[in-house]
Ligand binder design. Structure first.
Ligand SMILES: [Zn+2]
Length: 275
């Protein structure tokens, strides 16, 4: 009787692990699958898709692979920068004028360029459209070529109108005399990725050359997502900066110029300054 009860108890205890193990065997593969799915969904993209840059696996040749939103960087037919050549097409009737005033200096080092945020109320008029200056920033070397020639740096003044259309004014910077206006900006340049506002006023019109003859063409942002329908006006006459000033910028920001893009069926207008 006792032996019989003991056997019953033994069977009872022996059978228990089978009862508890079976659900675990069923649940474990599901758990592993869920962990793998979470890894693929959340962890892998962070590793596999680096942010865009100017070198390595995320350089300009790979921008379109990084995000579907960047596809125009490869497929666009109106991309920037380009090689600007005055013999392409000539139109002396185009109008370019600026109404710029001093603004408090507000600089952002975003890790790729030095961006200067400009106060409201400063405008550029290109033919029949007026755009408001939002910010300007720098590239080294230049992004555009003028008559096949690169410059040490290029300044981009980014303007936007009420319909969110962009007009960018490009100014080449060549080695020469020290530039006192750039010196003010360089002195407040954030060394790391941060914003640095200063009580100093700057006037961006001091960064324009005397001769405002310009190339005009339809292009794109030169950074992802490479959006098109940007009006580009690039001044032919460069401004100057000392080699020391250029080196100071280059030591803070490594080469940040997108290579030139195909012209395709676009035309380039060249207009002499009216002043
Ligand atoms: Zn730019």
């Amino acid at each position: 009787m006792i032996a019989l009860q003991s056997n019953k108890l033994n069977r009872l205890f022996k059978s228990r692990p089978k009862v508890t193990v079976r659900p675990l065997r069923t649940v474990l593969p599901i758990l592993i699958a869920l962990i793998c799915l979470a890894w693929v969904l959340f962890v892998t993209p962070a590793i596999a898709v680096p942010d865009w840059s100017y070198e390595g696996a995320s350089d300009p040749g790979h921008w379109s692979d990084l995000q579907p939103e960047y596809s125009l960087c490869e497929t666009g037919q109106s991309q920037s920068p380009i090689n600007l050549r005055s013999q392409e097409d000539r139109n002396d009737n185009e109008v370019l004028s600026m109404d710029y005033h001093p603004s408090p200096l507000d600089e952002v080092n975003n890790g790729r360029t030095l961006k200067v945020i400009y106060a409201a109320g400063n405008t550029l008029t290109l033919n029949d459209q007026t755009y408001e200056l939002v910010q300007f920033h720098f590239h080294a070397p230049s992004e555009h070529l003028i008559e096949n020639k690169s410059s040490a740096m290029e300044l981009h003044l980014v303007h936007k109108n009420a319909a969110n259309q962009l007009a960018v004014l490009g100014v080449m910077i060549e080695p020469g005399a020290p530039n006192p206006y750039l010196e003010d900006i360089w002195q407040h340049m954030p060394a790391v990725e941060e914003e640095n506002a200063s009580p100093l006023d700057i006037d961006v019109s001091s960064l324009l050359p005397r001769d405002l003859s310009f190339y005009h063409y339809q292009g794109s942002l030169t950074t992802p997502p490479c959006s098109e329908s940007v009006h580009w006006a690039v001044l032919k006459q460069p401004i100057q900066a000392s080699r020391q000033q250029i080196t100071t910028y280059q030591s803070r920001f490594h080469a940040n110029a997108r290579p030139i893009q195909g012209l395709h069926d676009r035309t380039i207008q060249f207009s002499h300054s009216l002043s």
